[in-house]
Every structure is written in structure tokens, then in C-alpha cells.
Design a protein around this ligand. Structure first.
Ligand code: LLP
Length: 420
């Protein structure tokens, strides 16, 4: 459930008319709902009531300081994958003791920074990474608490580009070699093995791949314990999907997911960490855009809006479906539109043949479920400015990232002396 709905004939974000924000902020912009975010956080935590549990928000989904701070205030930890994300999490007030550092290859500098902060855990993904971490930690007189990310060779049955748990994927260490690698780690200075980690993919709409991977992990933990390792942490990654198309897809509820997790791994007595990203922020955000032109092609009608693939790349990159809704309610018959942006690529298409009421230049539309992997994946392609982000709370809103000036973008380039 989210807090973007129709009131008085138009879409509201909580208690604010989206049209009114658009008038003040200009379009396009991302709009997030505090209530929705907090609700998703609480629903997820409730699914693990009674268990030693830490939610580590996957900052990559939406790393705006205001979003992280809203979750930090609820008690959230963070899953980060770069020094930049780690800095963002710390700056938003997440304690280092609640931060796990994932990612397929951390540099020496990144390791040193994280060790200096005394983060809760490194999720190590390879032997070279382990050896480097041991060296950096020893040089600093520190001990890195680690889990290995296990690649369980399970098909997450999601889009190939966001599927990470099969042996052909670059992630983690093969589960078949895990015992040997844990044994090596136990002998290394500067390393303290504390757990097991995995993440098999994103936007999973079925519990079975999770369950299959978690069962594999249970066997592994039992083996590791019998080898003498003290395994007290299970980081089970993120990945639970959301209903982008509310008519079609009904992913499992967090409560069902929590029951499944507890029934499979509960008896191990480990602290459970989950790293959800999309589930918390995906439906807590919309992209608000204005129709520039309506263009009648040979046999298709194009709705050209002022948002484009550089603002929200998911449809172009993953063929992702996002609901598109006219901001003003209308009872006129719908017509099929190809909803496109102004960027010079045919791939700059949000939807084809989408049924919408008759729209005109200046009308507003909302692209739903845009809170996760939206703003964070945006770019300035076509020298388009990054778009503002706005956080709504009740009848208040704040701009949490302003629209930059053109000078801010062009000024990043420097003319070499020989051209001056
Ligand atoms: N933990 C790790 C180690 C991850 O790599 C990810 C996402 C998550 C947690 C959070 O997964 P979530 O709960 O959000 O599914 N850009 C793509 C999604 C990429 C996901 C990358 N890893 C998209 O727009 O669909």
C-alpha cells in the first residue's frame, strides 16, 4: 500500500496535490512519501518479530540523504557497496555498528575507510579480496569481521541483468568451495569470520528460489560449525519484489517471506540480516512529468513527456513495466499512447500502447513505483539536468535534491590549456 491516491479528482502525495508541488518545483521531479516509506519499513520488521533481526537498507536503491535519514530514525541499518554509499549512510546517522559492506570488489582505500569506521561486517566475495582485506586490516592494527557471500547456484527466476546467484554470475564464492575458503580465512591475521551471506537477485516474485538458496545455506552453516567456525550471523540479502503492475503481479508479502525465512533458518540461532532496497522505497516514490507534445505518427500516437530515459532508465534498460497515470481523473474514453521522452534514442520509451485518457500539452502524468533505482541511476545524457527529488510528509514537502543549473553540469568540463 502506498500514499499516492486520488482525492478531489487528482493525485495526491499524502495530503498534498501533486499538481501543486509541480507548479512550485517544476517538472519532471521525483516525489517520495514519508508515510509509505515508514510503513514499508515497519511491515518488514514485523515479519521478523521475536527474532534477533537487523534490517540493513540497501542504500543503492535510493541514496538520497533524506530517505536514508528517514529510515535511520526508524532504527534501520544499511547495506552499502562503495565508500560513497558508506559515507552517505554514516552522514545520514546510521551507526557503523549497523552497516554491512557488500560489493564484488572493494579497493584498498575503500577497505581502509570502512575499517577505520569499525563497521559491523564485510561481505567478502573472493579469495583475492580476502587476502587484501587481511593485509589492509593488519597494517591498520584492526580486525575485519567478515561473512563470505556464497553463490548458491540457484536461479532467482528474475530478469537476467539482476539475477546474481547462479554459478555463471560474477558474484560470491561457489558454495561447493566454501568450506575450503572458510578454513583459509580462519588462518589469516586481521580477519574474524562471523557469518554467511548471500543475495541471489532482485525483484523476485516467488519464494521458492529464496527457499532453495536458504536451504543450501543451512547445510553449509552446519558443515562450517562442525569444522569449528563460530557462525552467528546470516545475511540473506535483499530481493523481494514489488507489484509494478498491480493487476498482474502479486509478489509474496513481507510477512510470508519472514515466515519462510524463519521456518528454514530460525533453528540455527543466528542473527538474521536482510538487505531490502526496492521493497522499502520502490512504491514510496513516483516520477511526475508533464506532456510536452502529443504527436500523431503514421499509425501510433506518441505522448512526448518531459521525463526521459536519463531520469528513469528502468524501462529502456530492463524493459521494465511502470504504471503511468494521468494526474487529473477523467471519465473520457482511453486511447493507446506510446509514452516517450525527448532523448534521441528509440529506446527512450516508457511504454507502448498504454491506455490513458485523452491528454494535451501541459497535462501532468505520474510514473509509479519509481522510488527505487530511479534517481540513483539517472544521468545527464543529452545534457539534461538531473531532476529534483521531493520528500512529502503529511501536508509538508521539502526539496531534498535541487535541480542543478546548466553551469553546474558544463562547468565540470575543463578546457585543456592548449585549446585556450
Ligand atoms: N543486497 C545486495 C548485495 C544487492 O546487490 C542488492 C541489489 C540488494 C541487497 C537490494 O536488492 P532489492 O531488495 O532492491 O531487490 N537496478 C536494478 C536492480 C539492481 C539490484 C542490485 N542489487 C533495477 O532497477 O531493477
Amino acid at each position: 500500500m502506498d500514499h499516492f491516491g486520488f482525492k478531489k479528482g487528482e493525485i495526491y502525495a499524502e495530503d498534498l496535490a501533486v499538481g501543486e508541488i509541480a507548479e512550485q518545483v517544476g517538472t519532471p521531479f521525483y516525489c517520495y512519501s514519508t508515510e509509505t516509506l515508514i510503513r514499508h519499513y515497519n511491515v518488514f520488521c514485523q515479519a521478523f518479530t521475536g527474532h534477533d533481526f537487523l534490517l540493513c537498507y540497501a542504500v543503492k536503491a535510493n541514496s538520497n540523504q533524506a530517505i536514508i535519514k528517514t529510515l535511520a530514525d526508524q532504527g534501520s541499518g544499511a547495506d552499502v557497496v562503495s565508500e560513497g554509499e558508506l559515507r552517505r549512510a554514516l552522514e545520514a546517522g546510521i551507526s557503523a555498528s549497523k552497516i554491512v559492506y557488500s560489493g564484488v570488489a572493494k579497493t584498498e582505500k575503500e577497505m581502509a575507510f570502512a575499517l577505520g569506521q569499525d563497521i559491523f561486517q564485510f561481505n567478502v566475495e573472493s579469495e583475492p579480496e580476502l587476502i587484501q582485506l587481511s593485509r589492509v586490516a593488519t597494517d591498520m592494527g584492526k580486525v575485519a569481521a567478515i561473512s563470505f557471500r556464497i553463490n548458491p547456484d540457484v536461479d532467482a527466476k528474475t530478469h537476467a541483468k539482476i539475477s546474481t546467484g547462479m554459478s555463471e554470475n560474477k558474484f560470491g564464492i561457489p558454495w561447493t568451495r566454501a568450506r575450503e575458503i572458510y578454513a583459509d580465512a580462519a588462518k589469516l591475521p586481521g580477519i574474524r569470520v562471523q557469518g554467511v551471506d548471500l543475495h541471489i537477485g532482485s525483484q523476485l516474485t516467488d519464494l521458492e528460489p529464496f527457499a532453495e538458496a536458504f536451504r543450501r545455506i543451512v547445510t553449509l552453516v552446519e558443515d562450517l560449525r562442525s569444522d569449528g567456525h563460530d557462525i552467528s550471523v546470516l545475511d540473506l540479502g535483499g530481493g523481494l519484489g514489488i507489484p509494478y503492475d498491480r493487476e498482474e503481479t502479486k509478489p509474496p508479502l513481507p510477512l510470508e517471506y519472514g515466515e519462510m525465512v524463519k521456518s528454514i533458518v530460525g533453528h540455527l540461532g543466528c542473527r538474521i540480516i536482510i538487505e531490502p532496497g526496492r521493497l522499502l522505497v520502490g512504491n514510496a516514490g513516483i516520477l511526475v512529468s508533464k506532456v510536452i507534445f502529443v504527436k500523431q505518427g503514421e499509425d501510433r500516437k506518441f505522448l512526448i513527456i518531459d521525463a526521459a530515459m536519463n531520469d528513469l532508465v528502468r524501462p529502456s534498460m530492463y524493459n521494465a513495466y511502470h504504471e503511468i497515470v494521468a494526474v487529473r481523473e477523467s471519465d473520457t474514453p482511453t486511447v493507446p499512447y506510446d509514452v516517450v521522452g525527448p532523448v534521441c534514442e528509440t529506446g527512450d520509451t516508457f511504454a507502448r500502447g498504454r491506455q490513458l485518457p485523452e491528454l494535451n500539452s501541459g497535462d501532468l502524468v505520474v510514473i509509479r513505483s519509481a522510488g527505487a533505482y530511479g534517481a540513483v541511476m539517472s544521468s545527464t545524457y543529452n545534457t539534461r539536468r538531473l531532476i529534483p527529488e521531493v520528500l512529502v510528509k503529511g501536508a509538508d514537502y521539502a526539496i531534498t535534491r535541487a535541480r542543478p543549473d546548466y553551469e553546474d553540469i558544463i562547468g565540470l568540463d575543463k578546457i585543456p590549456q592548449w585549446l585556450q
